[in-house]
Design a protein around this ligand. Sequence first.
Ligand SMILES: [Zn+2]
Length: 299
Amino acid sequence: MDSGRNGKTKEVTKMYETTKNLMHMAKKQHTAVIAFICMDYTMARAVAYGAEAAGKPAIIMLYPDHVKTFHTAGFAGYAKMAKELAEEVSVPVGFHCDHDFSKEGVLRTAEAGFDSVMMDASEYDLEENIRRTGEVVEQLHEKGVSVEGEIGHVGLACEGQETQKDLYTKPEAARKFCEETKVDALAISIGNAHGAYKETPQLDMERLEAIAEATDTPLVLHGGSGIPDEQLQEAFEKGICKFNLGTDYLARYYEAVEDFIKESKEKKDPVKVIEMPEFVIKRLTPYVEERLRTLCKFE
Ligand SMILES: [Zn+2]
């Protein structure tokens, strides 16, 4: 409860919001919500508080490999952490789990408390992708969990795959995929790729418009690091509702850790390591705030 200007108390809305609702809010306003890859509490906290500073919604996003291979958190612990952070701030914040490639993986993540997951069967042909994704959607919708799928294939920037047009999403395939699987969001390939681009990418805006025309399902852009802001803003106006940002954000983390080590070298006190998360958070929060203010039009 909060005290309103007229002295009456007004209900403060709970600020945790589902990724599905955040994407629909974005779609209505012809903008996108940014999903930041967060490997740990330090990154997630900077997203929640950066969002609050900007006065814009945001999404805390886990890349499952960070848990499975690098042990940065546990799935259930991560879900609780993200929700707790979302409830600390006064802007809508959601959480989501990025690329899982198997039914077992996605079900495990949902079981751990995530209300939004991604089932990526884009390595298969369209029919098999529909079969695998549709099966997961059916099971998870019963549990109130939303599912993002992918068609076409978002390749690797280090291999220059953003220019490989045979990987691009076809509008007719997008329509069929969304109708048959009933996914809640669709990741598309329109000249974007994961990781660091060697050359400035050029998004295929005509294709984006045709896909947005073909389906009402909120569209998602992966591989956001390195795409010029003007292209991103245009893509948001033309139908991208969620935008995944990973590589750039992780690079900021790395730089902040480097600076912390440089600055604390003289002190020679190993216990100083406990000050590192707060040092990094102070560096990451303004980055998140700036990205949200620059790219997201939310009123
Ligand atoms: Zn991705």
